[in-house]
Design a protein around this ligand. Structure first.
Ligand SMILES: [Zn+2]
Length: 576
């Protein structure tokens, strides 16, 4: 049934009017609703009440100013106007879309396409044309502010030219002028309010492109004329104390800005390209990335060993794994637990990723000789209790880290090895005296990140024979307590596979979690360290200790339905 029939049925339209509307709609290509409203045959409210009744969809009323900028980013203004679809609300990846014509197949097709492109899932609500028009004004926000700032800038530039000052002076003054300052502030504020994680300002042949990263994906947000390029970059450099006239080498810096009563930090990196300098800003949300051990995936005996090591008054805790395996997040989680008023925590990082209240964090600057080793020497004069060093990269840092642990400090750091057994041999390779290790190394942990199954759509399956054999074999090698926990399940094995639903954007996965292995210093490990610290010997001792290795921890997470066997096999392959 279409709206005309429905209105006749409701006695809102008579046959004759209905026929006129149909004819006009057909000849003009307009929707019957549009014809009705244009000719004021039925008022909007009554028409859409009927529409709502017919479609069995309530009319969605929205406070237009509540639509988040991030939601607007997902549907361009052009698409929104053309298809009469408007973003209303965003919850994670779930976008609520307001549609004036929810049964419009072309619009629905477009929406499906957009959702795949921008990686969101959506629900549809019915809105009236007036709500739709009000929503469209939202798009004007960012662009409008920018346009005004640009106009002011143009006038400023004209004036400068007229004065014909010395070039450099004129430029410096221009950068300090209100329009450029405002422009940068508008970009930054919109990104933060929209919940973006990064801002990229990039020169191209035609224009200066501003892109925001939301939920992992980059979206073009704004195009500015290239003539503001130098001034915008310079303004950001001034904010972050970088050299304005140095445009040929990358520079790093950071600055803070108060946005909506919140203090937000930005990490800035400039990069020279063929078309000029680009700048990337990472928005550092003080809350993001801070999780507890359970959320990290650290559990059972592995967690116990870490907690024992953290309680020691001095010693070294090392986290190892490749880049992107979540080592830094693990260090921050430990530091947050250790962060109490009566302890002095000092960190040396490259770069500082999250600011933790009450901690003294500093960033290494190798270009001015302030590297990890140099920084550590300085730090030791600050009377710290706990020291975090971003990474042990060279023998000088290794020896300083050991020395710090030996002189009564708890030291946390990261190292590059494939697994926990590799830590001792690696330190020995770096020139650390073997006999210092048993007294200093409190715990060594290795980790990887794996994808978590979406809990809403994962599907239970019976594994293939090969997978089943693999799982049984891994579990047979596991420590007794882990074996005991899963023994009842091994006879009738059930695991899960990804399916995909609206919540997880059809990927079947949602979020990531770590798999871990932790080795702690024992008398027998000490003996091995002193005599023959090879990976093989350390591995034997780990097994004797009842260490749950990454593979076993991973398979346990498969059996718990947290992830898939494929995820584990993939990282297991990489850690060989
Ligand atoms: Zn799902």
């Amino acid at each position: 049934m279409d709206i005309i029939d429905f209105l006749i049925q409701k006695n809102i339209l008579d046959e004759e009017k209905a026929k006129r509307i149909s004819t006009e709609a057909e000849s003009s290509g307009k929707k019957p609703e549009e014809v009705i409203l244009e000719n004021e045959i039925v008022d909007e409210e009554a028409l859409f009440q009927a529409e709502s009744e017919m479609l069995k969809m309530p009319i969605r009323r929205v406070e237009v100013q509540d639509v988040p900028f991030k939601a607007l980013q997902l549907i361009s203004e052009d698409s929104a106007r053309y298809y009469k679809i408007a973003p209303l609300a965003l919850d994670g990846k779930k976008l609520e879309i307001g549609m004036v014509y929810p049964k419009d197949l072309t619009a629905l097709g477009a929406l499906q396409f957009l959702s795949r492109q921008a990686n969101f899932i959506y629900t549809i609500s019915l809105i009236t044309p007036s709500t739709f028009e009000a929503l469209m004004k939202q798009y004007r926000g960012l662009k409008g502010e920018m346009k005004r700032a640009l106009q002011e800038l143009e006038e400023e530039m004209k004036k400068q030219k007229a004065i014909k000052e010395k070039k450099q002076e004129a430029f410096t003054r221009l950068v300090e002028e209100a329009p450029i300052t405002k422009m940068v502030a508008v970009i930054v504020r919109n990104a933060v309010e929209g919940g973006a994680s990064d801002i990229h300002i990039e020169p191209s042949k035609e224009n200066l492109r501003v892109r925001f990263r939301f939920m992992g994906d980059l979206h073009s947000s704004l195009f500015l004329p290239m003539r503001v390029h130098a001034a915008v970059i310079a303004r950001i450099k001034i904010l972050s104390n970088l050299k304005i006239d140095e445009t040929r080498v990358p520079q790093d810096g950071r600055f803070s800005m108060t946005i909506d009563d919140r203090n937000v930090d930005f990490r800035v990196a400039t990069f020279p390209t063929a078309l000029g300098e680009k700048v990337a800003l990472r928005i550092l949300d003080p809350e993001a990335g801070l999780r507890n051990f359970e959320e990290l995936g650290l559990e059972g005996s592995n967690l116990e060993k870490v907690q024992v090591a953290m309680k020691k008054p001095y010693g070294l805790i090392l986290v190892t794994g490749p880049t992107g395996s979540g080592k830094t997040t693990t260090l921050y989680t430990m530091l947050r637990q250790l962060n109490e008023e009566d302890v002095n925590i000092v960190s040396l990082e490259d770069p500082v990723e999250y600011l933790i209240q009450g901690m003294n964090q500093s960033q290494v600057r190798p270009e001015i000789n302030y590297d990890f080793a140099q920084g550590l020497r300085q730090i030791l004069r600050q009377d710290p209790d706990i020291i975090m060093v971003g990474e042990v990269r060279d023998s000088e840092t290794a020896s300083l880290v050991i020395h710090s642990a030996l002189t009564g400090h708890l030291v946390l750091s990261t190292l590059h090895t494939n697994n926990a057994f590799g830590i001792v041999p690696r330190l020995v390779d770096m020139g650390v005296e073997k006999y210092l290790l048993p007294v200093t190394l409190a715990a060594g942990m290795a980790q990887r990140l794996i994808r978590k199954l979406c809990p809403d759509c994962r599907e239970q399956i019976k594994p293939s024979k090969a997978i089943k054999e693999l799982i049984v074999r891994v579990m047979e090698g596991a420590p007794a307590d882990l074996q005991k926990r899963f023994a009842p399940h091994l006879a009738d094995l059930k695991i899960y596979k990804p399916k995909g639903c609206k919540r997880c954007g059809s990927s079947g996965y949602a979020g990531r979690i770590g798999i871990f292995e932790v080795i702690s210093m024992t008398d027998s490990l000490a003996e091995i360290v002193l005599s023959d610290p090879t990976e093989a010997r350390v591995a034997e001792e780990a097994k004797r200790q009842g260490m749950v290795n990454m593979m076993q921890d991973g398979v346990a997470k498969v059996l718990d339905g947290v992830t898939t066997i494929e995820e584990i096999l993939q990282v297991a392959q990489e850690s060989k």
